[in-house]
Ligand binder design. Structure first.
Ligand code: SF4
Length: 487
């Protein structure tokens, strides 16, 4: 049987697969299929449909076309491949919608007309089997699914006993990706303490961790194949991993030339409970600077915390912020602080009132006034999925009620917390090393370091893209910074 995997990209509470990240699903599926299927992206398909697979030059007046930016080495042959293969496996699904600098995830609405006429068998998998929504503040996409021969849960969720083998075999798909990728590594799934009203994770997965050796072997295989950017990001809480400190040590020992080693989600409760701060110290020692512990605080309003059975009390979130700052605030080799907290806030949860915003501001201001750093505050409107307690109790009631306030609430946080915080985290004059030029917007080039939630640096002029630059920081916008190439 001949196969192609079509990556429309995935974004979940635990696990990112939107370029420059390469998610786990297409890799595991490739491994399951023996390691040799075609790997295609939604960008390849868009270029085929829109421009007959011919890449257009971006003129000076134009923005880089990010809908067709992430091409595989197969992009010129898409028509042939799609008409020859017997089975097309579509990986799709966004559960935590974000903004992506150089990628636009495919939606069901977009992909269905593209593939409708193809003769091959069409399988849909990925987080979309539970529903998908590219935009916050809405219910999941509803489309006619009859175009798919199967919506396959199995391909979405292999047992770890099989992942051990598939992860290694499937690493070979990076040979079909000409650009650098940040390899998202899975360490575990499920959530041992959370019952958050909006979250699908406890419904999707029971708590399970991969074996340490399996994780290490996967990283080693990617390293052998030339990958140098890694994030141990596919888990609900890095601190819950039984071998959190050890795996970082081992990766460093086995893969000495790794350029970026970052982590993602951390539960503030576990950070506070970390005995002798062992895991925090290991993260600071073995990971790369610019690292972030993303905290799903969601709300600092005790009423919202209670009504949505959120896992973190404001006081605990504050303590965790202080602890990460204690060890991670120091500036590291690439110009960024070594390890800082990030805070996620969600609008539209049950019990949300104007007081919710006041409480959020009160705690964020306290964190700032007490001299701590937060690397990012991610604010989004909740996406409501069937099966969650929010879907059954409350739904979009609070979203609808408070929607009129969201712009000003968000703006308040951006103006009064984010903006001064950004100046603290990246003061003028520092050099941020190894920033990758990704796209143009008019006469500005946007660059980022590889890493977890990297800051966007706008540089005047059009630097050659897909090259690395050391940038001196010259100014601050609300959530991004400006810089110039450091001589
Ligand atoms: S802590 Fe809450 S949001 Fe995080 S994974 Fe668990 S249930 Fe989901």
């Amino acid at each position: 049987m001949s196969y192609a995997i079509l990556d429309c990209y995935t974004d979940e509470a635990s696990g990112l697969g939107v370029p420059p990240y390469l998610g786990t699903y297409p890799r595991y599926i490739a491994g399951h299929l023996g390691g040799n299927p075609y790997y295609l992206t939604i960008d390849d398909v868009r270029l085929w449909k829109k421009h007959k697979s011919v890449v257009k030059e971006t003129r000076e007046s134009q923005k880089t076309d990010v809908t067709t930016y992430n091409l595989t080495s197969n992009y010129k042959n898409i028509d042939k491949i799609l008409h020859e293969i017997e089975e097309l496996i579509i990986v799709l699904g966004v559960h935590v919608p974000g903004k992506y600098l150089t990628a636009i995830p495919g939606t069901l609405k977009e992909i269905i007309p593209y593939i409708k006429e193809l003769k091959c068998r069409k399988i849909l998998t990925g987080p979309a089997v539970f529903g998908t929504q590219l935009f916050g503040g809405r219910f999941r996409e509803k489309e006619d699914m009859s175009v798919f021969d199967k919506v396959d849960m199995m391909l979405f969720n292999f047992p770890y006993g099989n992942v051990k083998e598939y992860a290694i075999k499937g690493a070979s798909i990076i040979s079909q990706i000409p650009d650098n990728r940040m390899i998202e590594i899975e360490t575990g799934k499920g959530c041992d303490i959370g019952k958050c009203s909006f979250c699908l994770e406890p419904i999707k997965n029971r708590v399970e961790f991969r074996e340490k050796e399996d994780v290490l072997n996967e990283v080693k295989e990617f390293y052998r194949l030339g990958a140098r950017f890694f994030r141990l990001g596919k888990q609900t809480c890095f601190y819950t991993l039984p071998y959190a400190a050890e795996i970082l040590h081992d990766i460093r020992a086995e893969c000495p030339d790794i350029k970026v080693l970052h982590i993602d989600n951390c539960n503030p409760v576990k950070v506070v409970r970390d005995k002798d701060d062992r895991i925090t110290k290991a993260i600071v020692e073995y990971c790369t600077s610019g690292n972030i512990a993303a905290f799903g605080v969601e709300s600092f309003d005790m009423d919202v915390v209670r009504d949505n059975t959120l896992n973190t009390l404001p006081k605990i979130a504050y303590e965790a912020v202080a602890k990460i700052n204690k060890y991670g605030a120091e500036r590291g080799d690439n110009g960024m602080p070594k390890f800082l907290p990030g805070i996620n806030i969600i609008f539209g949860l049950r019990g949300e009132t104007k007081k919710t915003h006041d409480e959020n501001m009160k705690w964020l201001r306290k964190i700032y006034d007490d001299g701590f750093m937060i690397r990012r505050i991610n604010i989004r409107q909740v996406a409501i999925f069937e099966g969650t307690s929010l879907f059954t109790h409350g739904g979009n009631k609070f979203l609808k009620k408070n929607k009129k306030h969201y712009w000003s609430w968000r703006n308040d946080i951006r103006q009064h917390i984010d903006s001064p915080m950004l100046e603290r985290v990246t003061p003028k004059g520092i050099i941020m090393k190894e920033c990758y030029a990704e796209m143009y917007d008019g006469k500005t080039t946007f660059c980022r370091q590889f890493g977890t939630y990297p800051l966007i640096v706008g540089v005047k002029g059009r630097l050659p893209l897909k090259k690395f630059y050391d940038l001196k920081i010259t100014g601050h916008m609300l959530r991004s910074i400006t810089g110039e190439v450091s001589s």
